[in-house]
Ligand binder design. Sequence first.
Ligand code: BGP
Length: 481
Amino acid sequence: MNQFPKGFLWGGASAASQYEGAFDLDGKGLSTADVVPRYTSEQRQKYAHPFEVSKTDALRNMNDFTSNYPKRRGSDFYHRYREDIKLMADMGFKAFRFSIAWTRIFPNGDDERPNEAGLQFYDRVIDECLKYNIEPVITLSHYETPLHLALKYNGWSDRRLIAFFTRFAETVITRFKGKVKYWITFNEINGISMTPYTGGGSFIPAGRDALQVGYQAAHHQFLASAHVKELVEEIDPQAKVGCMMAKMVVYPETNDPADILEAQKQNDLNNFFADVQVKGKYPTFMQHYFSAHHVTIKMEPGDKEYLMAHTCDFISISYYMSYTVSATAKADNVGGNLRTAIRNPHLEQSEWGWEIDPQGLIWGLRDLYDRYEKPIFIVENGLGAKDTLTDMHEIHDQYRIDYLRAHIKAMATAIAEGVEVIGYTAWSAVDLVSMSGSDMSKRYGFVYVDVDDFGNGSYNRYPKDSFYWYKKVIASNGEEL
Ligand code: BGP
């Protein structure tokens, strides 16, 4: 029997830049995600991280209205939020995780006044959720930064971003006071050391190291998270603030102690991000890592005390797969959903080579709970797959059901052992644009959206087989899998 606590937050997740579309409507400014095109497979091979763009590309792409930018269209949630939230309610969702696009509220990021039309959109979305007793779980920054801040300040590598972000956060926390109980600060914050553009709108200037840029940006995001915590305490003390990490479960390739040490190091490097936001301080091992990698974090007096004074209430995570490293073929800091070269022969892979490992989730949950003793919210977990729409408008996604079932069972095992898990929002509620591929072919939703990689299609919504399965899971509070 799978036992889930009463009031467990079952639901699904999304992100503004992959879901909303309407990238330039009602006063919205451009974000870093809006200038990321869909890459061809050759281009994908050429770039180490296909979802990063250079400053030159960003400047060119911002004025390009003819090429294919799927994130600009998303799944048109902007116009179809009523229909989508109704579908979520039909599944019995208790929670819906989405992000607020900073550029709808402050189009340039450093504007003095908020854009009322942007706030009104989220008024409508939140009220629609509450109408069905769906708890809105809001991410303040999900893989996008106002493009203006990227171009003018080099994104989060500049300390001034903290004040701009705090103004944005204060605006929305005040506006949605009493309606939102769960705020998440930065999506997969641990990705930033590998992908400073996606995570923080920072380009890597020539001659600079990604690690230096990324970790400095992370320091600023840590402080910004602490500001959010302080604001929520003042404005809406009932609400809770969570940090968010891609939970990396890293295995050694063999039982050679050197491999085991390398895996431990990689796990520590990832947990570092929660160490700062939950324990409130930089762990000692990071000082050593920074000096070995010539990274210098510029801090100001009072930063350390501020971080210690405003730590998170809960930890939220994404979990898709596990990773394998060895002392010889190591991936230096496996951040974000990036793969190492070593294959785990015990695991099957998704069509995208992501190694499917439900037991790894048990390992990850135990590890986090042991280290932090804070409630854990799984806010992303799911299978990216190519779905086929039949002539009858059905989608037989048994593979997705199998994946989700196995991970939900794993979560139940961890809960039975005493890990406090407060909710599970699968990625994704409705199909949306893939973050890394910037295309529609890699689908995650319980609801199919009829649109292809080029924006052709009706955008009609069709429940998949997994929709009906998940409805039963929720209705039985996880007993019927
Ligand atoms: C996470 C991101 C999401 C998301 C998901 C799946 O890293 O937080 O935004 O998209 O992974 O990744 P992808 O879309 O690249 O398959």
